[in-house]
Design a protein around this ligand. Structure first.
Ligand SMILES: Cc1cc2nc3c(=O)[nH]c(=O)nc-3n(C[C@H](O)[C@H](O)[C@H](O)COP(=O)(O)OP(=O)(O)OC[C@H]3O[C@@H](n4cnc5c(N)ncnc54)[C@H](O)[C@@H]3O)c2cc1C
Length: 468
């Protein structure tokens, strides 16, 4: 066996894992391993390169392109003249690729205690890994290892899928040109965000789902409303099974089985957005005695330690919440626990919010009504329409609402779900109230709410709760 270089710490993955290293690690000998994410060798992980950040840069552009739709109901007639896709795409990646590149340069060239290995890492023994670098395989080991290796898109087993060209979220944002018609497979948040992005930019979108609703993990009221609105914007085909896919001209033809029998749909671009899986398999975690759950997530305790001595995990590879703010929180927990092993801290997953930046937008925190029922929790609800507050009149919004769940005896919030303009921003005071245990009445009446601003939606929903 050749030389094995030994480190104090190995970090695998440069998404949230990259943020662990600050000046407090200056005297640690550290290896960082990154294989590159998406369609090109990149640094900085999913969120920066192929996830949250580029999608939201495209979403904002799509919202602007959608102005004629919202103008229409206000008596303002606008026309979308042109969408310069190459310019839109290059603005987004011109910024992102530069940030990714300078992040890499900083770690590689300006951190004398850090060695960057570019390649795929795989365990060969406990806390020992082989890395496939351009210069050949190299073996490294360490006292401590942090697994921050994230996840990747899952490709469903549809007969013929290997013979057609398809995209995932990793590649679709870098399309050469916009297609006339895009087929999106999947009705989760990634599918819903891309459907909005591409349809607002003028692409005809067909969205295909296996269940009867879009965003079916949301509170049922929210998911039903979103499904209704999705069907108005896109060619929505639910309760469908894909039975095959084949090439058709320069595009694809997808065969489906659905409520009305067999059908097919043709489009120029196929976007597969049917879910993601953790990258634990790529790491060969079994070789290191690291336990994983059935879904491939690495098992961690409340301090982010895995079942193997000296090995921590964080973010999408181990968390049930595949969200950047959760990965970042867990990264700070791991960072603390590496530095202060004698006083470990725990992750806080009590009130994890999430958002969907589609049309309309959605944000949610805490229990859905179906979860409250399943858990047998005593609860009351209140729903406030955007249409019932002054700013909603200003926007002529007729479909958005906030729905709250609360404990009727204490007034403590159990869940909050908003569908409508700026939902991810409007929800923040509710997240704060849940985290800090502020009850609905004190929250509603214990502070001023700027009139007539959008948070009046929250104020009125709170006042509407039929508490004991
Ligand atoms: C299209 C899309 C949109 C999203 N939008 C949002 C959003 O709006 N808000 C939000 O909160 N979250 C969003 N997410 C989720 C968010 O991107 C992830 O939760 C977050 O990036 C997870 O961070 P991480 O550090 O766990 O993993 P990652 O950022 O995925 O980092 C893992 C890194 O490890 C590397 N790696 C993996 N295996 C190996 C190996 N064996 N050897 C070497 N390197 C390896 C990978 O190349 C990657 O760079 C989105 C995700 C997608 C795909």
């Amino acid at each position: 066996m050749g030389h094995v270089r030994h480190f104090d710490l190995i970090i695998i993955g440069t998404g949230s894992g990259n943020a662990i290293l600050d000046e407090r690690f200056a005297d640690w000998d550290v290896a960082v391993v990154e294989k590159g994410v998406g369609s090109h060798a990149s640094y900085g992980g999913t969120c920066l390169n192929v996830g949250c950040i580029p999608t939201k840069m495209f979403v904002h552009t799509a919202d602007v392109a959608n102005a004629p739709v919202s103008g229409e109901r206000l008596g303002v007639e606008l026309r979308l003249d042109e969408v310069r896709w190459p310019e839109i795409r290059d603005r987004v990646f011109g910024r992102i690729d530069t940030i990714a590149e300078s992040g890499k340069r900083f770690r590689r060239d300006e951190n004398p205690n850090v060695t960057l290995y570019e390649g795929l890492a795989r365990f060969t023994a406990p806390r020992e890994l082989s890395v496939e670098t351009a210069g050949g395989p190299t073996t490294i080991s360490a006292d401590r290892v942090v697994l921050a290796a994230g996840g990747r898109p899952v490709i469903p087993e549809i007969p013929g899928i290997e013979d057609v060209e398809y995209h995932t979220s990793d590649s679709v944002m870098r399309l050469e040109r916009l297609p006339e018609h895009m087929i999106i497979l999947g009705t989760g948040f990634i599918g819903a965000e891309f459907a909005h992005i591409f349809s607002a930019l003028g692409v005809r979108v067909t969205m295909i789902g296996r269940s009867g609703r879009v965003l079916r993990n949301e509170d049922t009221d929210v998911s039903e409303r979103f499904t209704e609105l999705a069907a108005r914007q896109w060619d929505l085909r639910l309760n469908r099974r894909e039975t095959g896919v084949e090439r058709a001209g320069s595009g694809v033809r997808l065969h489906l089985d659905g409520p009305e029998g067999a059908e097919s749909v043709e489009g120029q671009t196929l976007l597969v957005a049917t879910g993601r899986r953790p990258n634990s398999d790529l790491l060969d975690t079994i070789a290191a005695g690291i336990e994983t759950a059935e879904n491939g997530k690495i098992k961690v305790d409340s301090t982010q330690r895995t079942s193997a001595e000296g090995v921590w995990a964080l973010g999408d590879i181990s968390s049930d919440h595949e969200l950047k703010h959760v990965a970042n929180h867990e990264e700070r927990v791991v960072q603390h626990n590496l530095l202060h092993p004698e006083e470990p801290v725990e992750s806080d997953h009590r009130f994890v919010p999430h958002a969907v930046f589609s049309a309309p937008q959605i944000a949610s925190v805490g229990l859905t009504e179906q979860q409250a029922v399943e858990r047998g929790v005593r609860y009351v609800t209140a729903t406030q329409d955007y249409g019932g507050i002054a700013y909603g009149w200003a926007m002529e919004d007729t479909t958005g609402f906030a729905k709250l769940l609360a404990d009727p005896s204490t007034g403590k919030l159990l869940g909050a779900h908003i569908i409508g303009p700026q939902a991810p921003t409007v929800i923040q005071p509710l997240i704060q109230a849940m985290e800090f245990g502020i009850d609905a009445r004190s929250m509603a009446r214990g502070q001023y709410w700027i009139h007539p601003a959008m948070p009046e939606l929250v104020e009125n929903a709170l006042l509407g709760l039929p508490l004991d």
